[in-house]
Write a protein that binds this ligand. Sequence first.
Ligand code: CA
Length: 289
Amino acid sequence: MNIEEIESAVTKYTAEKGFDKMDLRAAMFDMDGVLFDSMKNHAKSWYHTMVHFGFTDFSETEAYMHEGRTGAGTINIVKQRMFGQSATEDEVQEMYRYKSELFNSLPKAVRMPGALEVLQQVKESGVVPMIVTGSGQKTLLERLNRNFPNIFRPELMVTAYDVKYGKPNPEPYLMGMKKFGISESRKFDNSIIRKNENSESLNSTPLSPNNFIVIENAPLGVQSAVAAGVFTIAVNTGPLDDSILLGEGANLLFHSMQELADNWPLLCSVLANSQSTSSSPSGAPTPNS
Ligand code: CA
């Protein structure tokens, strides 16, 4: 990826959304397939579950298309397609239990190569890393802290427990923006800056989508982030064509977290200097050539 491609993606986004520039404060990371190499295990468990229950018209690749959907949602789509009817609640429960057992029997997914490097660079550049995941594992925070020590703050995480609809609805990313806003309000609340402001603004620090970026690997995740109006970076860590993620509206695409890590300094400098050149103040630092 070169600087022109990044600049053009950022300019296109700000122009479309009517922002003067990016004002990046936080980066919202999806978890499975972005921070952990867990999608192979999910796809394999879904495939064997579907076949076991007679849903033979299902491939591991299709599992990647459904990534982020609830278990019931995925089961119902396949059942409708094959049998023309929805799955019963018992059927959903039984299949989902089977899938979970299979998944848990597989070796634990490892940290995605390059992910720690991305997160460390994000943090060093003064941008707050956040988690926005559909996962609801109880051990999530402990696992994140073990693999990515001192990166995430628990109050800046969105999990299955925080949302009603989940991806591809924009809700999880809107919730992430809200949580960041509340956390910033509290910070300001303790400072003298808030002295003259009314209490109305306490829970509504005026943050907007251009204060954020999203890092996503799945079509439905990209859909959710794009619907929330946030600049969306797809990291294509699975078997799907790039065109699927770009077709959902991703603003930029990298093929691995390592590639994103390698490009972070460039990306970060473009995001920091994204104001159109005609109106930006002179003397702004420019990236090294
Ligand atoms: Ca994912």
